[in-house]
Design a binder for this molecule. Structure first.
Ligand code: PLP
Length: 300
């Protein structure tokens, strides 16, 4: 694992005109498959797994899930047996590149009816899964638990330049929670989904599991700014404008972006700069959360 991940400054006329500095924290370079925030969220879950002498690590995801992909590869590299509960009982292990890789990495894939998948956060369902699979450590979809938040608190600790804002793509808000808890700056979350208002609630729930006093919770939430206008139609949806933006960005900066998360985040960042969202002299960290394994599907 390539850690600490590199950080690099981007240069453009847009940034100098608006008198802001932009740095990209390249968590996409942590590993080609176990990339970005998925490694951050797995790290302490795997430590927990090992310390607790569990037999298998079980988790959940959709057919193209970066989290399924990363968990399978991390399991292979770190000697952890993994089970992936995958949404959709019509699927097979050779349905796409993500599932093929996960299966080849040794993950046991269980294709599950949508009604059953909907129970993935229910305690009684976890009991049922324990009856079926034995001594398992259960990681929620997207790695969205306390240990996931803990891992995401390491990202900004690796940054030794001063900054005023951090911007990240959001799916569950777990990464944003870790960023908020490990800095005192504004954290901008760009929702990759339509109707991303639940993200604020998710972050608050994470904070509540930490038993923070109400005043700390309102301080932290006061630094979170949710951007819901950059989902491009919804989760995993995209249009020509987004794809062209990604292509232009990649040509200019030689940094690859995916169309599900980081493309939308970077689009939002440049748009916000153009709209004078950031005060002069802002120093902005854009977190590259990885996710490039999902790009393979797009190229085809
Ligand atoms: C999963 C993922 C996210 C979403 O992270 P959350 O912690 O769930 O908000 C963002 N970017 C990429 C590339 C991802 O794979």
């Amino acid at each position: 694992m390539n850690l600490p991940s590199p950080i690099e400054q981007l240069h453009s006329d847009l940034f100098s005109q608006h008198n802001v500095e932009v740095y990209v924290k390249r968590d996409d370079l942590i590993d080609p498959v176990i990339s970005g925030n998925k490694w951050r969220k797995l790290k302490f879950n795997i430590e927990k797994f090992k310390a607790g002498r569990y037999d298998k690590l079980l988790t959940f995801g959709g057919a193209y899930s970066n989290h399924i992909s990363a968990t399978a590869r991390a399991g292979k590299e770190l000697g952890v047996k993994t089970i992936g509960i995958v949404r959709g009982d019509e699927l097979k292990a050779d349905a796409n590149d993500t599932l093929r890789q996960a299966s080849a990495d040794g993950m046991e894939l269980i294709f599950t009816k949508r009604e059953e998948y909907a129970l993935r956060d229910e305690k009684y369902y976890h009991e049922e899964l324990r009856r079926r699979h034995g001594n398992i450590w259960i990681v929620p979809e997207g790695g969205s638990n306390y240990y996931g938040v803990l891992g995401c608190q390491e990202i900004l600790k690796e940054v030794d330049i001063p900054f005023t804002h951090v911007i990240t793509a959001c799916g569950t808000g777990t990464t944003a929670t870790g960023l908020l808890l490990s800095s005192s700056s504004e954290v901008i979350g760009v929702s990759a989904l339509k109707g991303g208002d639940f993200l604020t609630e998710n972050i608050k729930n994470h904070l509540m599991t930490l038993s923070l006093p109400e005043s700390h919770i309102s301080d932290v939430m006061g630094r979170f700014v949710l951007q819901t206008g950059y989902h491009f139609g919804g989760y995993a949806k995209y249009n020509k404008e987004l794809l062209e933006f990604i292509e232009t960005f990649e040509d200019q900066y030689k940094i690859p972006l995916d169309q599900v998360y980081t493309g939308k985040m970077m689009y939002a960042l440049l748009d916000l700069i153009e709209q004078n969202y950031f005060p002069e002299n802002s120093k902005i960290i854009a977190l590259h959360t990885g996710g490039l394994q999902g790009k393979k599907g797009l190229k085809k």
